[in-house]
Design a protein around this ligand. Sequence first.
Ligand code: S3P
Length: 194
Amino acid sequence: MTEPGAVDSPCSPYLRVLLVGFMGSGKSSVGHRLAQLLGWAFRDFDEEIQSGVGLSIPDIFRQHGEEFFRSREERVGTDLLQMREVVLASGGGWPAKEGRMNSLDPATISVWLKVSPEVAVERVRREGATRPLLEVNEPLVRARDLILEREPFYRQAHFTIDSCAAGPDELAQRIHDLIYEKGEDHVRSLPPYK
Ligand code: S3P
């Protein structure tokens, strides 16, 4: 039985969905909606880090530095990637480490929400000073460099979606449909559920 209003997913209970992509790609807004469509939980790496440390992301960077943030991010990622029936939004930098994307549990479907540096910088600018890595004189140059560096990792996701192609509701629906159409093949190749 599924919860009232939840969609009975043929893939459940084997899967989790991991959204990756650069800052401003819409991972959280799309993730929330996708979780509703699937009737699953939604968890955001950054929110977990913030509540664990008791500080906002900018304050964590300011008071403890990026290295501290990355070690918290690693721990949170490991924990959340054990959850079942969950949509996860990673931080933009999480995938960019050798061995992360290519050693995901086979029960995880990963989706890259692709965004151009121009759109990313504009969206982030509208949110205020929330992304320490873009608080520089030339955020667009920084965004271009980071995206270039991270693309090989993002590219390892199972699916790629253009985050500018539609609004968050429509994007969530498209990802949901992708999982329904292609997810079953993926599920068939999974080890037995324990
Ligand atoms: C970061 C992205 C941010 C946050 C932190 C570092 C990055 O998350 O984790 O500011 O390295 O790209 P979002 O991608 O959710 O903005």
